[in-house]
Design a protein around this ligand. Structure first.
Ligand SMILES: CC(C)(COP(=O)(O)OP(=O)(O)OC[C@H]1O[C@@H](n2cnc3c(N)ncnc32)[C@H](O)[C@@H]1OP(=O)(O)O)[C@@H](O)C(=O)NCCC(=O)NCCS
Length: 169
């Protein structure tokens, strides 16, 4: 397999992204309750607009194998507090279960360190997303609590777990 290359995400890298989420539930599992299904270019553009502010409110990355985007993640930056939140992380369905998540995230976190000093790295994950939770716990993220019934998805309400790493620990 070609080496995974991590680059700042531009709209052109994310053309295939809507196809990674084939139901409203899959989209919400990735992006939270605030997105409209199906994911559209307008919603992707709104996310990417936050990467070009000064300072950026968000970093966005694409993981490329050859020229195909197989991974995507964003990091939301709270500069005054030095808090970074991993968000909207996914692998292309065809590239899950192949051990790509870990090297991709390692590179994303290295890029975060280049961007600034963020001692707290956090993320939100729905409690039923066992695959993602296993990955995050294996990377050292600690569960801090659960916001119960905090997201509406169709007729359902989902609980979100808050995870973080304090990076000087
Ligand atoms: C969450 C997500 C990114 C995790 O990706 P993933 O494919 O499960 O993670 P990996 O690529 O690290 O694969 C790990 C699994 O593949 C297996 N695997 C297969 N080949 C492997 C290899 N060469 N090296 C390492 N692991 C390999 C591992 O055994 C591991 O399984 P295990 O955890 O049961 O031991 C992915 O499931 C996804 O995109 N989900 C949809 C979006 C989403 O929910 N995002 C998270 C929002 S919080």
């Amino acid at each position: 397999m070609a080496a995974l290359r991590v680059v700042p995400a531009a709209a052109g890298h994310l053309v295939s992204l809507p196809g990674w989420f084939d139901t409203p539930e899959a989209l919400a599992m990735w992006g939270g309750g605030g997105l409209r299904f199906p994911l559209g270019g307008d919603q992707i553009a709104a996310m990417l607009a936050e990467t070009t502010t000064d300072p950026p409110l968000r970093l966005a990355f694409a993981g490329l194998l050859d020229d195909t985007t197989v991974a995507h993640a964003q990091i939301v930056l709270d500069w005054p507090n030095g808090v970074a939140r991993l968000a909207r992380f996914a692998l292309a369905p065809s590239h899950r279960g192949k051990g790509l998540a870990r090297p991709f995230l390692a590179e994303v976190f290295a890029r975060l360190d280049e961007a600034g000093d963020f001692p707290r790295l956090e993320l939100n994950v729905y409690v039923q997303n066992t695959r993602a939770i296993r990955l995050y716990e294996s990377l050292g993220f600690t569960r801090e609590g659960v916001r119960r019934s905090s997201t509406r998805v169709g007729e359902a309400r989902w609980d979100v777990a808050i995870y973080a790493i304090i990076r000087q620990d």
